[in-house]
Design a protein around this ligand. Structure first.
Ligand code: MG
Length: 238
C-alpha cells in the first residue's frame, strides 16, 4: 500500500478544523471534519481521530477481521467528543464527521459517520463507498434532489448524524475486497463541494503519481473558491 495526503484550510475559513490520520502500522487511514464555534470544531475532529487511534492501538495486534473493532473505535471516539462537549459551555454543540478505513489482509474495512467520503477507483470507474449523513442526501434518497443539485445546495452542510451530539451513535460499517491497482480516496466535503466524482476520477487517473494527484485535487478545489477546509488521503493497492 502506498499513500499520499494533504489538508488545506482553503481560502475562506481562517482555521483548518479538519483532521486526518495515517497509521500504516495499524493499516488505519481516517479523515474528520469538525464543526462548532471558538475553534471547538478542530478540537472535536482531533479528539475523535486521537481516540480512534488510541483504541485500535490498545487492541493491537488486531484480529483478522477487525471491522467490528473499527466501528467500536468510532463509537468510543463519539463518547469522548460527547463528554467533552457536555463538559464546557465553549464546547457545547461541537461535533465532527469521522470516516475511517482499516486495511487488513486484502480487505478494506470502513466505519463512517457524517459527510466525509470514501471513494474506490477501479478500472477507470469511481464508486462512492459511503453514504452522506446529511439533509440533502435524504432529499436525494427521496427523489427530491439530484446528486448535482445536492452538491451545490445552500443547506448541504446540515448533517443528520455526527460524533459528539448524542452519547450513543449509529456507525455505518462495511468491507470491500481490494484488488491490485485499486485506489482508495478519503476526503472531506471541502473537496467534494468543488469537484464532482467523475472529475475526481479523471484527475486521479491522469496523475498516477499519488503526491501529484493529491496536490492537483487540492489545487482545483482552491481554484474553484476553496470555500471550506480540504482534506484528502489517496491510497494505492500494489
Ligand atoms: Mg467541511
Amino acid at each position: 500500500m502506498k499513500w499520499s495526503q494533504a489538508s488545506d484550510a482553503g481560502l475562506v475559513r481562517r482555521v483548518n478544523e479538519d483532521s486526518l490520520c495515517v497509521e500504516p502500522g495499524l493499516g488505519l487511514f481516517a479523515v474528520a471534519d469538525g464543526m462548532g464555534g471558538h475553534r471547538a470544531g478542530g478540537i472535536a475532529s482531533r479528539t475523535a481521530i486521537a481516540e480512534l487511534v488510541r483504541f485500535l492501538k490498545a487492541h493491537h495486534p488486531l484480529p483478522d477481521d477487525p471491522g467490528n473493532l473499527l466501528v467500536q473505535g468510532v463509537q468510543e471516539a463519539n463518547r469522548l467528543v460527547y463528554q467533552l462537549s457536555s463538559s464546557s459551555a465553549s464546547y457545547r454543540g461541537m461535533g465532527t464527521t469521522l470516516t475511517a478505513v482499516l486495511v487488513a489482509k486484502e480487505y478494506l474495512h470502513l466505519a463512517h459517520v457524517g459527510d466525509s467520503r470514501v471513494y474506490l477507483l477501479r478500472g477507470g470507474k469511481i464508486l462512492q463507498l459511503t453514504e452522506d449523513h446529511s439533509l440533502v442526501q435524504e432529499l436525494v434518497r427521496l427523489g427530491g434532489l439530484s446528486e448535482e443539485q445536492a452538491r451545490c445546495h445552500p443547506q448541504r452542510n446540515v448533517l443528520t448524524r455526527a460524533l459528539g451530539i448524542e452519547p450513543r451513535l449509529e456507525v455505518d460499517g462495511g468491507q470491500v475486497k481490494l484488488h491490485p491497482g485499486d485506489k482508495v480516496l478519503l476526503c472531506t466535503d471541502g473537496l467534494t463541494v468543488h469537484l464532482p466524482p467523475h472529475e475526481i476520477g479523471t484527475l486521479v487517473e491522469k496523475n498516477p503519481d499519488l503526491n501529484r494527484a493529491v496536490k492537483k485535487l487540492v489545487e482545483v478545489a482552491l481554484e474553484r473558491g476553496g470555500s471550506d477546509n480540504i482534506t484528502v488521503i489517496l491510497m494505492a493497492v500494489e
